[in-house]
Design a protein around this ligand. Structure first.
Ligand SMILES: NC(=O)c1ccc[n+]([C@@H]2O[C@H](COP(=O)([O-])OP(=O)(O)OC[C@H]3O[C@@H](n4cnc5c(N)ncnc54)[C@H](OP(=O)(O)O)[C@@H]3O)[C@@H](O)[C@H]2O)c1
Length: 162
């Protein structure tokens, strides 16, 4: 199983405020679309509610203990490991796309991380977990926008690299 996390965080580690993302950086969503297009998006129920619809060109699996069903074609799983198994069966790249609860529960399983560092300080109550030491920065690209941001790509180091 190969899992990538895709997230954007502010300079102070915020990813969300209530059910909202507390910034709007032009171009960042296009980046998210390019990274995830064709893949399976695995997300928590609160993130799904904040998006409110399935995203085109991608399969969506929502993890929830409370929701039994969501409008087709979204699949709901009550358990993280079952959700990841379902994602594997779809034979597409797997992206965990939030929110805070999902990132915390999956960062130790991740093979790679697409992290956009938004160059602002944001008010919020949901944070990205600490990036494990074995995650190695492989790529970095700075973008100027209404709020500047830097896209970073990390991969899990091979055992002989640590
Ligand atoms: N900046 C970014 O890149 C980014 C990306 C995505 C989201 N966000 C932000 O993150 C925030 C939402 O994050 P969050 O941490 O509050 O919520 P979340 O991770 O999106 O969803 C949490 C919900 O997922 C379900 N869940 C979590 N773990 C589960 C498990 N092991 N088994 C079954 N169900 C499980 C539960 O749903 P039930 O309550 O239904 O049981 C739980 O309440 C929002 O502000 C959103 O805008 C930011």
């Amino acid at each position: 199983m190969n899992i990538s996390l895709v997230a954007a965080r502010s300079e102070n580690g915020v990813i969300g405020n209530g059910n909202e993302i507390p910034w709007s950086a032009k171009g960042e969503q296009k980046l998210f679309k390019e990274i995830t297009m064709g893949g399976v998006l695995v997300m928590g129920r609160k993130t799904y509610e904040s998006i409110g619809r399935p995203l085109p060109g991608r399969k969506t699996i929502v993890i929830s203990r409370s929701a039994q069903e969501l409008p087709s074609p979204i699949k709901v799983c009550n358990d993280l490991s079952i959700a990841l198994e379902c994602a594997v069966q779809l034979k597409r790249p797997i992206f965990v796309v939030g929110g805070g609860q999902l990132y915390s529960q999956t960062i130790a399983l991740a093979d790679s991380l697409h992290l956009t560092q938004i160059h602002c300080y944001a008010n919020g109550d949901i944070f990205f977990p600490e990036i494990p030491d074995y995650m190695t920065l492989k790529k970095q690209c700075y973008y100027e926008s209404n709020i500047n941001y830097t896209y970073e790509y990390y991969e899990r180091a091979e055992k002989n690299e640590i």
